[in-house]
Every structure is written in C-alpha cells, then in structure tokens.
Design a binder for this molecule. Sequence first.
Ligand SMILES: [Zn+2]
Length: 404
Amino acid sequence: MNKAAAFRLRLLRRSLFRGEISSQPTALAAPAPLLHRRHYTFPWRAAEEAPGTTQRRLFHGIIKQSGRPPALAQAALLHRHHHTTPWRGELSSPTQGRLHRSSIKHYFSASARWVSSFWWWCKVAAAAACVNVLYSVVYHTYLVRVPYTSRTPYFRLETVPYTNRNHYVIRSPLDDRDYGESCFSMFKRNYPSTFISPLHPDSVRVNLITAQLLPAVQRGLDIKKRHAIESKKQGSRSCGSQPQITHLDGLDWEVFVMKNDGHACAVSWSNGKILVFTGLLNRLETDAEIAAVLAHEIAHLVARHWSELIIYKKWCPYPLKVYFVRRLEIEADRMGMLIMAAAGFDPRIAPVAAEKLVGNDIYHPSGKKRARLLSRAKVMDEALELYREVMSAKAPETHSATGA
Ligand SMILES: [Zn+2]
C-alpha cells in the first residue's frame, strides 16, 4: 500500500471512530437537504432514522388499521415520493435506487421538470393558435358582413413593384376589386352625410395631387428598370424578377374627402378608392406632405397588399398578424416615397409628413418610427436619385415652355 492510500485509510478509520461519518450506507447516501426535500423527513434526524422511515411507518399503519393495502393512488403517491415500490416494504430502502445519483443527474432531473413545464406551455400556445385559426376561418366564412368569395382559385407568388419582394397573393385582381367595392359601398352606406362635395376646394386639391401621382407609378418603375439594366451592364448582380402592375389596368381611381377633424389619416380600398379625412388636411400644410400620404395609399394598391393581408388576417395568430401588417405599412411608406419622388415631389418631405401622422391603431408603427425608417440613407438616396432624374427631365420642358 502506498503512502497516500495509507493516509486515506487512516482518515477514514478516524472519522468512523469519531462518528463523523456512519458506516450505514443509507445514512451516507444523500446530502441532508435533498433528503429533506425528497422524503419529507428532518435532515437532522437522518443519522438516527433512515430516510423514508416515517413514510414506511405510515404505510404499514394504514395496512394495520384497515387490514388491507392502501388504494392504488396512495401507493402510487408513496411510490413517487419514495422512488421505491412500497409493497416491497422493508426489503427496499428508499435510498436504494434512484436517490443514489450524482449531483449532475440531480441537476438534470431538476431542469427536466422545467423543460416539461416549457413543453406544456408550448402545447398551450399551439392550442391557442389552432383556436385562433379556427375562429378566423369561421369568422371570415360565416360571420363577417362582407363575404370573402373567390370566383376562381387564385394562389400565386408575385413580385412587389419597387421593393422586389416576393409575396403570395390569394385573390385574383378582379376578386380584389369586388371585395374593395363591397367594403367601400358598405362604408358609404354607413356614413353618407359626411362626404364632402367633389367641387369643394379640398376635394379638388387632393384629386389634383392624385392625378400627378398616378402616372408616376409607371414612370418610377421605368426609371428603376433602366437603372437595373445599366447596373447589370456594369457587371453587378441580377436585378431580380420583373414586377408587374397590370393588376392596376382599368382601375377606377377616385379620391374622396370626409368631414372628420378627429382623424388625421387616409384610407384606401382595393377598388381604387381613397378616402382622406379633413383632420389630415388640417394637420398637413404643403401639397408635398399630402402627396406623401396619398402615395402611401396608392402604394398599398400597387403592391396588392389587400390580397396579401387576407392571408395574415385569416391564418396568423394575433402577434404575428400585427408584425406582418406593420411590415406592409413600412413597405407602403417606402414605395410611397419613391412614387412621390417620381411624381416630382421632394421625397425629403415624406418623413416630415409621417411624423405628423398619429399612429391610429396597433397595425401602424408610430409616426416617429415611420419617419426614422424613411430617413435611412439607403432608402432616402434611392428616392432622391429618382427625384433628381425626374426633375432634370422636367427642367428642359419647363425651360422651353417659359421660352415659348
Ligand atoms: Zn397604410
């Protein structure tokens, strides 16, 4: 025997003699707090009474009094607490078996309880999502006042103009228009007296601005397409799939003004109708600011957001729905800024106008956030490039007009 082993043996003998450790395996088995927690006994009694003795006494007491073993549930309960088989009685000590584990195993068993609770919450969340989806299907099929009806099955991956984002749309452009028409006529029925006459100066003003913005949709796309082709020639990467705006062909665009000073916003429907509240006109000062808001509404239709929105409204649970709808709003802001730049309005006004808008619901980011996103260098540079090109193309025209 070497020196170290002899020293360890001497230590062990001394400890046994002094009673610091017990030669009983059950008393050695587990640390006191653990025994206390698992066995519901007192740790300071661990040395004189083996863990689990109280429970075993209780168990046998039940047998003595009732003359039969306790019910299966009680047995199972005891089994669970003791990690042993209670019907074995004295033959099996609670400390034999599962309690003889290393601290790492105990650690994992403790975290396993948390994991199981985590999975339980996952199941609850999944069930809630299913209920949400079922509810929205029932709501959109039976309860909603404007029924969602598709004449033709339509499910297509399309590219959003200006941003070149791919998105799925589940309605044909014609169905989109029908849906917008029914929603808009219902809106008009509900609020017939608040529409301002088309000859009112405010109506004339917004219609003139819209008339400037609509041709700019195609103009801006053409310029962007030309830039993409040029950059391709210079050896940059591909310009992506070509976006289309054929869904806007024959759309009957119309802008209305509604008397409501409390609302500082505009609304659009997929049939080309745009509604501006007088609250917005009071808040915004210049034509460029109004153009920014109108271009945002036009962008929703250019990007076919209505057809994409129905997917989120039907199938997404609430927080996801908010996230996706907000993403559409941000995209419409960016597209709107490009459209207004292509129409000859200074795009630097767009963040100013966005900041003046009050976030009217949870689906719209706050005005400050919208302004910040629009002011990003990458987004603003793109719009300014478009704006300068349009203005430089306009300059000779105005020069010749004034010269003539
Ligand atoms: Zn919007």
